[in-house]
Design a protein around this ligand. Structure first.
Ligand code: 6YU
Length: 495
């Protein structure tokens, strides 16, 4: 297939790169990516904390096994540790929640035993599992995931934990608060009350124990980029408006107007901007505007914030086998995932830290996780203020007033003007139809496909992930490839 069609891709994240890669390989030779920033990779962003490699954006390959194209590419490019390649690792089915070894601390400076927290952890895991059943049932009995979990924990606790003493019961309910905060990070939502119950189960997990890229996630980007023709990407070129539905012109019916004034004509444009950006800028980004059903979908789908706070220490204060540290606020109301006074108590939303392993590679570095409006507020503070908040928290919960971090670094995804948050979750009232609407090309109900949509928010079951984004880029490239494979040579665009 040698096609002269002009294709412009907006955004040089993994979905834009994947689309370009596929199109170029299929023989399209007028493919161009326009990217707002000076870098490629988008939400794949590897950085440094001192000598350590850290991931400011995507962290893991979720479900590294044969069906996961990110895993397959990473294996092909030899970017993974041998452990991640073992059949045992690929076969592990963890349902999206790795079985990490925890250390649990309370706000009164106590370290809890696993037995104190296990009953609540098990109940919570069962409820997450059960929640996926609502997808097929229709007519949801609870307003949201948060409502479902709280109501069910209350009901089951009254039955199963009726003989448990008040202090132990309170601990278990605080474990539920903590796990709700964890889920806010996993889903990228402010609260689990914002996440739709029926749509929660649309997300599909793949087998495989989540693994990282020892040399950085951006190794994937570098390898893919090295296989694209040089000069294919124009950096520092934000797109201001996509003019489509230019029906008088059969050739080059789309005009991409850049902020700097350049107007690029094209036969097709693949828009990969994040959903957060779309929510904020849809009214100026498309002329004519998005059809109503598509706009409503953009509004209904959720796009929240999840940030990381990396903290380095001279020596560890956690157990040698510890993989995750959880904090229980004993003075908080039971089963809450939002703090009442964001400015004073934002740190209460941080569920805890994951431990960067192996220590020989990373030193003593923890990664704190914080979602929601509290996370957005944290972004406005100075690094010094964040460091102070984290230091006070750790000292209080460990009861050790001498612990002092060496340095910190945090992400600021909400204030990134080209992302406006972290990733997509299905909001209340969302359905599979919404995810399908997201990927529908414009103009709708024709085979013209002038404007195509890719990006994590457009994948019906792997949204919020790198593999979902990658697959969406391939999907839209395939749409064009099959379009041009099915039309006769005389109908092909000329130079
Ligand atoms: C994953 C993980 N991970 C943590 C954090 C974040 C994300 N993800 P891009 O944004 O990359 O590209 C768009 C480009 O467009 C960009 O370069 C812009 O500059 C550009 N642009 C914008 N406007 C423009 C304009 N006007 N003109 C021109 N250009 C413009 N995924 O697989 N593993 O561990 C994590 C994590 C902090 C922020 C993640 C993870 C999400 C991925 O990073 C993300 O999906 C892709 O990189 C997006 O690629 P893209 O091309 O679509 O957009 C059970 C259950 C529940 C459901 N969820 C569970 C899943 C858990 C999700 N996990 C995430 C967790 C972490 C930790």
């Amino acid at each position: 297939l040698k096609v002269n069609a002009k294709i412009v891709i907006v955004g040089c994240g993994i979905s834009g790169i994947a689309a370009a890669h596929r199109l170029v390989k299929a023989g399209f030779h007028h493919v161009r990516i326009v990217e707002a920033t000076a870098r490629n990779g988008g939400r794949i962003k590897t950085g440094r904390l001192g000598d350590n490699i850290i991931e400011i954006g995507a962290n893991w390959i979720h479900g590294p096994s044969e069906e996961n194209p990110v895993f397959c590419l990473a294996r092909q490019y030899e970017l993974l540790d041998p452990e991640a390649l073992t059949p045992e690792n690929q076969a592990m089915d963890i349902g999206g929640h790795p079985p990490w070894v925890p250390n649990v601390f309370t706000s009164s400076g106590r370290k809890l035993n696993i037995e104190d927290v296990a009953p609540a952890v098990e109940m919570f895991a069962e409820l997450l599992e059960e929640s996926s059943e609502f997808q097929s049932q229709g007519g949801e009995p609870y307003a949201s995931m948060g409502d479902f979990i709280r109501s069910e924990v209350r009901r089951q606790a009254a039955e199963k934990w009726k003989d448990v003493d008040a202090a132990a019961l309170s601990t278990r309910l605080h474990v539920v608060s903590n796990l709700l905060k964890v889920e806010c990070c996993v889903n990228g939502s402010h609260s689990m009350d914002d996440v739709g119950l029926g749509a929660f189960g649309l997300y599909k997990t793949l087998p495989g124990l989540d693994c990282t890229f020892p040399g950085g996630y951006d190794g994937l980007i570098k390898n893919l980029m090295s296989e694209l023709p040089g000069g294919l990407v124009t950096y520092n070129q934000p797109v201001h408006c996509v003019h489509w539905s230019n029906t008088e012109k059969r050739e080059n019916p789309v005009v991409i107007e850049c902020e700097a004034g350049e107007r690029i004509t094209a036969d097709h444009v693949i828009v990969t901007v994040p959903l957060g950006y779309l929510k904020k800028h849809h009214s100026t980004l498309f002329r004519p505007p998005l059809p109503l059903h598509k706009l409503h979908t953009v509004q209904r789908l959720g796009f929240g914030t999840n940030n990381k706070i990396f903290v380095e220490f001279d020596s560890p204060w956690w157990d040698a086998d510890c993989e995750v540290i959880y904090y229980l606020w004993e003075d908080e109301d039971a089963m809450v995932d939002q703090v009442p006074d964001v400015q004073r108590s934002w740190i209460k939303k941080l569920f805890g830290f994951t431990v960067l392993k192996p220590t020989e590679r990373y030193g003593h570095v923890l990664c704190g996780w914080i979602a929601g409006h509290e996370s957005e507020y944290m972004e406005t503070l100075s690094e010094q203020e964040v460091m102070q908040g984290v230091t006070q928290l750790i000292r209080r919960f460990t009861g050790n007033p001498t612990i002092t971090p060496r340095r910190i670094l945090r992400s600021q995804w909400f204030h990134d003007p080209w992302t406006c948050g972290s990733y997509t979750y299905p909001g209340r009232g969302c359905s599979l139809q919404d995810l399908e609407n997201m990927m529908e090309p414009l103009p709708t109900k024709t085979s013209q496909a002038q404007v195509l949509f890719a990006g994590e928010a457009t994948h019906p079951c792997y949204y919020s992930t790198v593999h979902g984004a990658l697959l969406s880029g391939w999907r839209e490239a395939d749409r064009l490839i099959s379009h041009y494979s099915s039309i006769s040579p005389s109908e092909l665009p000329s130079m």
